[in-house]
Each structure stands twice: as structure tokens, then as C-alpha cells.
Ligand binder design. Structure first.
Ligand SMILES: Cc1cc2nc3c(=O)[nH]c(=O)nc-3n(C[C@H](O)[C@H](O)[C@H](O)COP(=O)(O)OP(=O)(O)OC[C@H]3O[C@@H](n4cnc5c(N)ncnc54)[C@H](O)[C@@H]3O)c2cc1C
Length: 502
């Protein structure tokens, strides 16, 4: 315990992931002057960057979309009148599958042609992808119109009736059909195409084709057919731009401030304590934390509520990730993002693919000329890593070696490169890094077993307490959590006005 202060603030945001930064910036725009408390020494959480051995690696996320019309980052930039530094990349990704490379062209016709030549059945591929584009475009459009989704009150339902066009209603039928069923209907459900779709959905919806409703899956599988971007210097630059905005409007971001307790005082103010003994009091708290973390920070009825929510939404993946630096021996026309399908599942994690993102050639902030810095990630269950005890280091090393060997075998240019740096991170590392319970990252899988309206709510039963981030609607990904931040800004508006005039 180093110091003790007791500070009143108009609004407190706990966590500076992209969800928290979005709500903080929107509050700052309204003159609210929020305080953001971040446990780590840099902001950004899973969409940040860190320096190691002189190179800059991304903390988690590497691909970036959301700047097309109707998409959340486009809306955030317009609302704040800022520009997030970025460069367009096209095509967005390559998928290495059964000895073939499939390029995910942004242009929709070029992509259908590529999918047809890799997977066959040109007619089925064309109708499948055209339906997916149509549904995804509508989903983005409808998500921009419905700031109060999922509806929690009768007034939210009225708002939805006013804001939506009857022509968009038919899209809802896709909530009741899985991506796998749509593949069957279009005659494209071959083993190879199914594997391709399963792996693409794992990185965008956290579940496979039979589990993900087409309504959400369509947006996931067409991710590369919208504008894809690269942030020079790393994603922390995106966060720093938003931080600059918040601070210019009088808000504050405090790093190394881990919240340990959230309680409510008589009179209604929230009392928020940090690990260093600081105390903040505020009528408004926006927690940019996974719902599972909330039950450990609260007590009494708040804890009961978050315990029930955690039990209800208790499925989530973790990540095994690596930072790698090599000399630059990669083809000039190589895409920056690669999904690599494995010939055999990865030992221990059971993963059947992994994802590699490479710093842009010439981005000398991340790696000097002649070198490239890479992030590698794959899904893993979290609990087994915490139960390894004495075997932990050995399993971690074996996992790193397995991935490096697969990169030598499958990533063009990698086997000719000299390896300068490589290190792995497990869910244990992730828990220490972004303080997410059990190192669960990436949000709650989108599954058929959950209804369209079944989300952990952003508006809690406790007046003035709200959630945002990847465990509330619409879930994972930078665009998803940005949308959660925008939506909680609107859904909390009435309570905010009431509590701030009291
Ligand atoms: C390996 C990996 C790869 C990914 N790849 C992509 C991708 O390519 N593209 C994409 O769009 N998305 C990707 N994602 C998903 C995306 O990064 C996340 O869904 C999103 O960034 C989560 O944002 P968030 O605002 O919900 O929370 P987080 O980013 O988790 O932020 C929460 C913040 O709260 C802080 N915090 C936690 N507890 C406390 C506390 N008690 N007190 C104070 N602060 C606290 C944390 O330190 C953290 O900074 C990836 C995720 C991972 C893990």
C-alpha cells in the first residue's frame, strides 16, 4: 500500500480496453470528465502493444476492421471527430489449408472466384457468399441503428420499432439457422470447406459452423471483405489517440490502478478501491471487465447478481500466444495475416489451426529494417494450464517448439529466416497481463443454444452501474467492444442525466 486518496469523480471507467476507452471518450465529449482506472502499466488491454527486446508486439488483437460506413470505429471517429492512425491492407489474410494457399481478397467477386477455385462448386460458392454478404451488410446497418439492443424495457422495444425498416426484419430468420445448415442448403458443405469455415469462425465467433447462427456468422466469415487496416507502431497507437482525446476534454487515465473492490455507500455513490489504497467515489461506474471478474470485486446483492451472470455465461476460450522476430525473408506480395491449418492437432491445446500476424515491412517502430515482428495465437482451454503445476514450463516450451516447426513447414519465407526472438504466453500469463479471470479472452462464444436476446446485459439492476466489453452484446473483437461502448453510452443516458443532476 503506497498512498491513500479519496477522490470524487463524475464517472468512473474501470479498464481501458477498447470498450472502456470508447465509453470514456464519449462521456468526455459530453464534458463529463471521466476517470479511467487501468490495472496494467499501459492502456488498451487485449488491443494494445508492448515492447520486448527492442521490438514492439501486439498484446492480443492484430486484425482491425470497423471503419466502413455503419461500422463501430467509423461511428466512433465521427462522434469524436478524430482519426485513428491506420493504413489500409488488402488483401487482408491468407489461409494455408491442405498444402494450398487461399487468399481472402477484399473484393467480393475476386473472393468468390478464389473460393470457387480452392473449394470447387462455383455456383454454390457464389450463392453462399452472396447471401453472407447481404446478411452481414444488413447486420452492420441494423446494429448501428439499434443502440438499445438487446431490449431490456418496453421503451427499448418501441425504439426498435421506430428505428428499423420492415424490409430488414426478414434478416432475423438467420438467427435460427446455423452457418453449417446454410452451407448444406447451398451445397457447399464439403469436408475441406467446412474446415475452412470452422477455423474462420473460431477467430471471429469463438465457435464452429454448427454452433454459430448465420446472423452473426455471416459477419464473421465476411470479415476480410470489409476494409482491413494496420496501425503503424502497433494498436497501442489507436488507444493513445483516444486517450489523447479523453485527456484533452479534461478526463484522466490512471494506469497501475487495479480495482479491488466496488461497493455502494448510503446515499447511492459507488465506492471503488484500488490495490494501492486509493478510493474513488462516483454516481456512475462503467466496468470494462469480463462479467466473471465482477463477482470477485463486488459483495452482497451485486455479487449475487454477477455470480448468477457468470454461471450463465461460463464458456470462454483462452489463448496460447507467441511473440516472434525473424530476419525479413518473406515474399514481397505476402499478406500480413495468415491462418495456418495444422496437419495434426497441437499437443495439449488440441488446436487445429493458429494465426500469424506480421509487422508491415518498413514499420521500423516495431522492428528495424531487415526484421519483422510477429504475433502468433491459437485457442486453448484455460483451466488445464493452471493445473499443470510442475509440468507447466515443459508444456509451454513444447507448445512453442510445435508452433515454430509448423511455421517452418507452412509459412512462406519462415524456414529461410533467422530466428531472433521467440517467447510464448499461456492463459496463466494472460491472467497476469490483462487481469481477466482464468486468462479467458476473446469473449463468449456465439452459439445456437443462446437466443438472439440472450446476452449478459450492459445495464445492471444497480442504478449507475454498467458493463461494456467483450462479454456483453455484441461480444468479441475490436469492432464488437467499440459497439458495446457506443451502445452503453446511449443506454445509460437517462440514468446519467438523472444521477448527475442530483
Ligand atoms: C490473442 C488474441 C487475439 C485477438 N485477435 C483479434 C483480432 O485480430 N481482431 C479483433 O478485432 N479482436 C481480436 N481479439 C479480441 C479483442 O482483442 C478483444 O475482444 C477486445 O480487445 C476486448 O476488449 P475489452 O474492452 O472487452 O477488454 P480488454 O481488452 O480485456 O480490456 C479490459 C481492461 O481492463 C483492465 N482491468 C482488468 N481488471 C481490472 C481491474 N480490477 N482494475 C482496473 N483495470 C482492470 C485490463 O488490464 C484491461 O486493460 C483477440 C483477442 C486475443 C486475446
Amino acid at each position: 500500500m503506497t498512498s491513500t486518496t479519496d477522490t470524487y469523480t463524475n464517472a468512473l471507467v474501470i479498464g481501458s480496453g477498447m470498450g472502456g476507452m470508447t465509453i470514456a471518450a464519449l462521456l468526455a465529449r459530453d464534458g463529463v470528465k471521466p476517470t479511467v482506472l487501468e490495472a496494467a502499466h499501459v492502456p488498451g488491454g487485449c488491443s494494445s502493444s508492448f515492447k520486448r527486446k527492442g521490438y514492439i508486439f501486439e498484446s492480443g488483437a492484430t486484425t482491425l476492421i470497423g471503419f466502413d460506413p455503419n461500422q463501430p470505429l467509423h461511428r466512433l471517429e465521427s462522434l469524436l471527430d478524430i482519426t485513428i492512425p491506420r493504413e489500409k491492407i488488402s488483401p487482408g489474410m491468407s489461409v494455408h489449408i491442405n498444402g494450398k494457399t487461399c487468399i481472402r481478397y477484399e473484393d467480393r467477386d475476386a473472393w468468390i472466384q478464389e473460393a470457387s477455385s480452392v473449394f470447387g462448386n462455383a455456383e454454390g460458392q457464389a450463392t453462399f457468399w452472396k447471401t453472407a454478404f447481404e446478411v452481414a451488410d444488413t447486420v452492420w446497418k441494423v446494429s448501428a441503428r439499434n443502440t438499445h439492443f438487446p431490449p431490456q424495457k418496453v421503451s427499448d422495444l418501441f425504439r426498435m420499432a421506430i428505428n428499423n425498416s420492415p424490409f430488414d426484419v426478414p434478416v432475423l430468420r438467420h438467427a435460427f439457422v446455423s452457418v453449417g445448415e446454410m452451407m448444406q442448403r447451398h451445397g457447399v458443405d464439403t469436408l475441406e470447406f467446412r474446415r475452412f469455415i470452422d477455423e474462420q469462425l473460431m477467430i471471429t465467433a469463438q465457435a464452429g459452423a454448427d454452433e454459430v447462427p448465420f446472423l452473426f456468422g455471416a459477419a464473421g466469415i465476411t470479415y476480410t471483405n470489409y476494409g482491413n487496416y494496420y496501425v503503424p507502431g502497433g494498436l497501442l497507437e489507436m488507444i493513445r489517440t483516444i486517450q489523447g482525446y479523453i485527456e484533452n476534454q479534461g478526463g484522466t487515465l490512471k494506469t497501475k490502478s487495479r480495482v479491488t473492490r466496488i461497493t455502494r455507500e448510503e446515499g447511492g455513490l459507488f465506492r471503488v478501491e484500488t490495490h494501492s489504497g486509493d478510493v474513488f467515489k462516483s454516481p456512475l461506474v462503467y466496468a470494462n471487465l469480463p462479467v466473471w471478474n465482477m463477482k470477485d470485486l463486488t459483495e452482497g446483492p451485486m455479487q449475487d447478481y454477477f455470480s448468477a451472470q457468470s454461471a450463465r455465461y461460463d464458456k470462454a476460450w483462452g489463448a496460447f500466444t507467441m511473440g516472434v522476430v525473424t530476419t525479413d525473408t518473406y515474399p514481397d506480395d505476402m499478406t500480413l495475416h495468415h491462418q495456418i491449418h495444422l496437419d495434426e492437432p497441437m499437443p495439449f491445446t488440441g488446436a487445429t489451426s493458429f494465426f500469424v500476424s506480421i509487422s508491415k515491412r518498413g514499420d521500423t517502430r516495431r522492428a528495424p529494417e531487415g526484421y519483422r515482428a510477429m504475433n502468433v495465437s491459437t485457442h486453448t482451454a484455460t483451466r488445464p494450464w493452471f493445473d499443470l503445476n510442475g509440468g507447466y514450463d515443459q508444456v509451454k516450451k513444447a507448445s512453442e517448439a510445435f508452433i515454430l516447426q509448423a511455421m517452418r513447414n507452412k509459412l512462406p519465407g519462415f524456414s529461410q529466416a533467422a530466428l531472433e526472438v521467440s517467447f510464448g504466453s499461456t492463459p496463466v500469463t494472460w491472467q497476469n497481463w490483462v487481469y481477466r479471470k482464468e486468462g479467458r479472452v476473446g469473449g463468449i462464444p456465439q452459439q445456437m443454444s443462446r437466443s438472439l436476446l440472450d446476452w449478459s446485459p450492459a445495464v445492471t439492476p444497480f442504478e449507475g452501474l454498467f458493463l461494456c466489453g467483450d462479454t456483453v452484446y455484441p461480444g468479441q473483437g475490436i469492432p464488437g467492444v467499440t459497439l458495446s461502448g457506443i451502445n452503453v453510452y446511449y443506454t445509460s443516458e437517462k440514468q446519467r442525466k438523472k444521477l448527475q443532476t442530483n
